[in-house]
Design a protein around this ligand. Structure first.
Ligand SMILES: [Cu+2]
Length: 127
């Protein structure tokens, strides 16, 4: 009898551990920024024409946005954000003005294919 209770207790705790493990994995499945061009904290010498952001998950482009702010604290004119045709985890944002030297801040927010929102920011410097 005691042995039977012990084994069902063990089964229950195994199920519980599996459940907690799965939930934690789902929480980690949100879209995190993995890579960006120009890179975060980069010091670059030529003005970029395009900004690309790579995430850990597929992105819903229509619910995502990126804002670039220049050294004068004004927003940089950007074109329409789009999903890369060959990679659903990458978004491309055309830069429609010739950037001048200074520090630029990139502020992004995205919705991943699982419907979750994430956001963040980083900067790069044009010399
Ligand atoms: Cu998620």
């Amino acid at each position: 009898m005691i042995a039977k209770i012990r084994s069902s207790y063990r089964l229950l705790s195994t199920i519980f551990v599996l459940f907690v493990g799965l939930s934690a994995q789902q929480a980690l499945a949100h879209a995190h920024l993995k890579m960006q061009v120009p890179a975060a904290d980069a010091s670059i010498s030529s003005a970029p024409k395009m900004l690309t952001l790579n995430f850990s998950e597929g992105i819903e482009a229509s619910f995502s946005g990126v804002k670039i702010t220049g050294p004068d604290h004004k927003a940089v004119k950007t074109g329409k954000l789009s999903l890369d045709p060959n990679n659903s985890t990458q978004i491309n944002i055309p830069i429609e003005t010739e950037l001048t030297a200074g520090k630029y801040n990139v502020s992004w927010h995205v919705v991943s294919v699982d419907g979750h929102k994430t956001k963040g920011q980083y900067s790069f410097t044009l010399n």
